[in-house]
Design a protein around this ligand. Structure first.
Ligand code: PFF
Length: 488
């Protein structure tokens, strides 16, 4: 089959009869709506909760610098590749890959890269909403604290930060409550996804992302004046090469992917709603830049408060939920700032969870010719079922190790298993396939014109996507999976 011309390739969803029947594919109302929604997808718990936790647990500066390296040399080209696949296809992620494969006379099997992505998005959605539920719980605590003890607060005063259970017996010891909060968070996500691309997803991004940026800047300035900023800068930006082990590199790569929403077909899906007039390279740069800036600002926002209180930076996932609330207690207007902080986190989490839900929803709508409501409802029910396992792994199921027989996942409970399975295995694999597909398999003429790049920049992009991304991704994957290779 001859490759279609650019215009023919974008006539609409029914092109080549592969897209969903009868329905016009939805779209963003403007370029800025796409940018806000994509930044909303990228900026989330990954930046605020996962990035500081991973940086703290993986030695600070070495992790941060390698993370930035991953974003620029691997994340950015893969981000551009994903959005270009979506924009070319204008349909669900797997079908978009198939369209590009067909236009390039390549095998249909390439569709697998997006199918892996849809599966990952579904899995991430399931545990992401559990954490979203914790955020809601903290909002509740700080609101009640405001009412009971005033702006200065006291809900966490004198608690021992050593274990999560010591601080929040009400949450971590209470499986039904955690499941209930998960239900509330996913229901809010469903509400917006069911309302559609411009009516729901775009609406959330337009209101919540600007509010998010105002809040994060305000809290960082507050931390800079009251917290230990000098220690933080030393911690985050001092590079100690001996700390750069295989495990740290894989953690940084996984974090870069998670944070940029890559390898889960999310940017293919969001790209499919983008109009022909948008320059994809420029917008990818804005999205990656904003996401990285927010991760670094989150570090600069959280660690000064943690260091001031003399708490451990390597507290891992407990950092935001455990150390920070205690640290707020010793600061002026701690209760009010604590509340604003968790409202900000909730905004960021919601703009990401709608993106995660949209990926499998768009796929179900197209694959089974379903309307948006039932498709998103089915996705929600499935994600809740898996999410319950993740939620209960903190108490009722705490001894369950679903994949303990695989060395990489040894000793992990349900929650950590789902997290590692996606960020350290499925997302990088999908990204290797994406870069090989766009770099080597897809028709050059289509790739060239979709990127919006010309001359030297186009050549740089092609070198990155053809050579650097696959090689670096495979090397890091192998080193991470078999750490003994480097003795790391
Ligand atoms: N990038 C989001 C974060 O950093 O929290 C998580 C995420 C959202 C991953 C949407 C994937 C996705 F499609």
């Amino acid at each position: 089959m001859a490759a279609p011309t650019q215009d023919a390739a974008h006539e609409g969803p029914d092109h080549e009869g592969q897209a969903h029947e009868g329905q016009a594919h939805e779209g963003w109302s403007s370029r800025s709506a796409f940018i806000l929604a994509a930044i909303g997808s990228a900026v989330g718990l990954g930046n605020l909760w996962r990035f500081p936790a991973e940086a703290g647990a993986n030695g600070g500066g070495a992790f941060v610098l390698f993370y930035i390296f991953c974003v620029v040399l691997i994340g950015l080209p893969v981000l551009l590749s994903e959005t270009l696949i979506g924009r070319f296809g204008q349909t669900s992620a797997p079908q978009s890959v198939l369209k590009l494969a067909a236009a390039s006379r390549a095998s249909r099997h390439w569709g697998a890269l997006a199918s892996i992505g849809v599966l990952s998005a579904f899995i991430v959605l399931s545990f992401y909403c559990v954490v979203g539920g914790w955020v809601l719980y903290y909002i509740g605590i700080f609101v009640s604290d405001l009412f009971h003890t005033g702006v200065a607060g006291g809900a966490f005063q004198g608690r021992d930060p050593a274990t999560i259970d010591a601080i929040l017996p009400g949450l971590f010891g209470n499986g039904p409550l955690m499941v209930g909060l998960d239900v509330v968070f996913i229901a809010v996500t469903l509400f917006f996804v069911a309302r559609g691309v411009s009516g729901g997803i775009e609406f959330v991004a337009k209101w919540m992302m600007p509010a998010f940026f105002v809040l994060i800047v305000a809290i960082t300035i507050y931390g800079a004046f009251t917290g230990a900023m000098g220690d933080t800068v030393n911690y985050l930006f001092t590079f100690e090469p001996e700390k750069l082990t295989g495990a740290v590199m894989l953690a940084a790569l996984g974090q870069a992917f998670f944070s940029l929403s890559l390898g889960v077909a999310g940017m293919i899906t969001y790209g499919s709603y983008v109009g022909r007039d948008v320059n994809l390279a420029g917008t990818s740069l804005i999205i990656a830049g904003a996401d990285t800036a927010v991760a670094l600002i989150a570090g600069l926002c959280i660690f000064p408060i943690v260091f001031l209180a003399g708490l451990e930076p390597s507290a891992g996932p407990g950092l935001m939920f455990q150390s920070l609330p205690i640290a707020f207690q010793d600061m002026p207007a701690g209760s009010l700032v604590g509340l604003l902080f968790f409202v900000m986190v909730a905004f960021a989490a919601l703009t990401s969870s709608v993106a995660l839900m949209e990926v499998p929803t768009a796929w179900m709508m197209e694959r089974f010719s379903l309307a948006r409501g039932p498709a998103s409802g089915i996705v929600t029910a499935g994600a809740l079922a898996l999410g319950v396992l993740a939620a209960l792994s903190f108490n009722t199921l705490s001894d369950a190790h679903p994949a303990g027989f695989i060395p990489m996942f040894e000793g992990l409970g349900w929650f950590d298993f789902l997290d590692s399975l996606t960020s350290k295995l499925l997302m990088p694999i999908a990204a290797v396939l994406t870069s090989i597909f766009v770099g080597w398999v897809a028709e050059r003429r289509i790739v060239d014109s979709e990127t919006g790049l010309g001359g030297g920049l186009l050549r740089v992009y092609l070198v990155l996507v053809r050579w650097v991304c696959p090689a670096a991704l495979m090397a890091i994957l192998i080193i991470g999976i078999f750490p003994s290779i480097l003795g790391a």
